[in-house]
Design a protein around this ligand. Structure first.
Ligand code: CS2
Length: 476
């Protein structure tokens, strides 16, 4: 049966935000928050989105005038909301100058980003711009036709400065610790390579507040689109799925103004770093641990893994190692936070594939697992659960699951990871060769013989005994 296409029924709001990276997380989080914040508060914060790579988002959204459905999947049923805060989607490679022009428009006062960890072109281990990155090299050679997110921000700031227009505020919404600092750092590094005086202007004039974002957003499938059509009577290939929970903690530093996101329940504060660390380590850290070990053990989704008693016990053991590494926000109940996480993971309505979370591990490991591991090493504490998670990643990037089936490892460093894994003569040298990747591991970790030994034992056990027996052994 064919259904009519969903389309916008209302006027589009005025554009006040340019967003880089209109993927599912943006559509399920930033756009709904902004729409809810605009309700009854005027319409000056519409969002123009920019895809930095593919035209897929534009091609699906444009025929429906950029309206789409956000489907909230709770344990006891679904609700839907039509999102109309998005006004247009540009595809940067088709016309980079048009993107710079839009970003330089005086009405645009905030630029938000969800470009994933790798979109910052930084070295995950150090947080600095990677000057050898092919996109960075391109943007240095062609500053007026950039390709990377930092490149567009630098070009648009230069255009605003030349036109004497106040800069926009840059709000990174990716899962990086101190994400405002990271994006500010890469933008300034790139600007400095052009002109040190321009870099000084940015340092003086542009705000890069940090924020913590949280909402679980599984990738949409064709079956989801078909099911939604049966419920609503409308075909919406741009729909997104999400859990009921959402939390946005934003550093309140927007010299050029911002939407009243607090009207939609966001927290505007000056203490973001402690929320970020809590969320990145307790949620994303255990997500990644479950992704590698759960995938290898044959689970497909987070809820399958989190409903497995062995994994539940392992999650609790991870949290008991992670929590002492945190200085949590004063108002947070950390134990309650982790109990709530377990319920969120178990939400049977959300089919969040472990493979999706396993992607880009080289970019995620430092802030999720290696940060707490280093903190515990420095405090002289043992970390068997965290070590198992890192060993799980090492096993996963080797490219074969427990049944010997090839894994589709998606990672910007996949080729290097595979070579280093395959050419090592034994488990010990495999661990050593991976630990030597300074893009991922701080040199102090590679230099720690006890860590190398423990990782070797964990990896050996995963190979010989399998994930479940290893986890059971760890828990006894
Ligand atoms: C996940 C996150 O894919 C991943 O790496 O850990 O997308 C996670 O679902 C969100 O950060 C939840 O807020």
């Amino acid at each position: 049966m064919s259904y009519p296409r969903l389309t916008r029924q209302t006027d589009a709001p005025r554009v006040g935000i340019v967003h880089l990276g209109p993927g599912a997380f943006f559509r399920a989080f930033i756009a709904p928050y902004t729409q809810d914040a605009m309700a009854g508060q005027g319409d000056e914060w519409g969002i123009l989105a920019v895809s930095l790579q593919s035209s897929t988002a534009r091609d699906t959204l444009e025929p429906q005038k950029c309206a789409y459905t956000a489907v909230e999947q709770g344990p006891s049923g679904e609700t839907t909301q039509v999102i109309t805060a998005l006004t247009a989607v540009l595809v940067a490679p088709e016309d980079p100058q048009a993107v710079i022009r839009c970003m330089a428009d005086p009405d645009v006062r905030v630029v938000t980003l969800t470009v994933t960890e790798k979109g910052y072109c930084h070295e995950p281990a150090t947080g600095r711009l990677n000057l050898d990155h092919p996109l960075v090299q391109h943007d240095r050679a062609h500053p007026d036709a950039p390709k990377s997110a930092p490149g567009f921000i630098v070009a648009a700031l230069a255009a605003r400065r030349a036109a004497n227009v106040a800069p926009f505020t840059v709000l990174s919404c990716d899962n990086l610790p101190d994400n405002g600092h990271v994006v500010g750092g890469v933008v300034r590094d790139l600007a400095r390579a052009q002109d040190p005086e321009f870099e000084a202007w940015i340092a003086h004039n542009v705000a890069f507040p940090s924020c913590m974002v949280d909402r679980i957003t599984p990738a949409t499938t064709d079956a989801d689109i078909a099911r939604l059509a049966q419920t609503t009577g409308l075909h919406d290939p741009a729909c997104v799925l999400h859990e009921p929970f959402r939390q946005w903690v934003i550093e309140d530093h927007f010299p050029s103004g911002r939407p009243p996101w607090e009207e939609a329940g966001a927290t505007l504060t000056h203490d973001v770093v402690s929320w970020e660390a809590l969320k990145l380590r307790c949620l994303n850290g255990t997500h990644s641990a479950m992704a590698y070990l759960g995938y290898l053990a044959g689970h497909e989704t987070v809820s399958q893994a989190a409903n497995d008693p062995v994994f539940e016990a392992y999650l609790r053991s991870l949290w008991s190692e992670i929590i002492p590494t945190l200085t949590p926000p004063k108002e947070a109940d950390v134990v309650g936070y982790c109990d709530a996480l377990l319920l969120r993971y178990r939400n049977p309505a959300i089919r969040h594939r472990l493979w999706q979370i396993a992607m880009d591990g080289s970019q995620k490991l430092p802030q999720r697992l290696l940060g707490p591991l280093s903190a515990r090493l420095a405090a002289g504490e043992r970390s068997p659960a965290l070590i198992l998670a890192v060993a799980g990643w090492m096993r996963y990037v080797g490219g074969r699951d427990e049944a010997g089936v090839q894994i589709d490892v998606r990672d910007p460093l996949a080729a290097t990871l595979a070579t280093r894994s395959m050419t090592a003569k034994d488990v010990g040298s495999r661990v050593a060769r991976l630990l030597q990747m300074t893009e991922i591991f701080d040199p102090s970790l590679a230099a720690n013989p006890e860590l190398g030994h423990d990782l070797g034992c964990a990896l050996q056990s995963l190979e010989t005994n399998g994930v479940l027996a290893t986890l059971k052994g760890h828990l006894t």
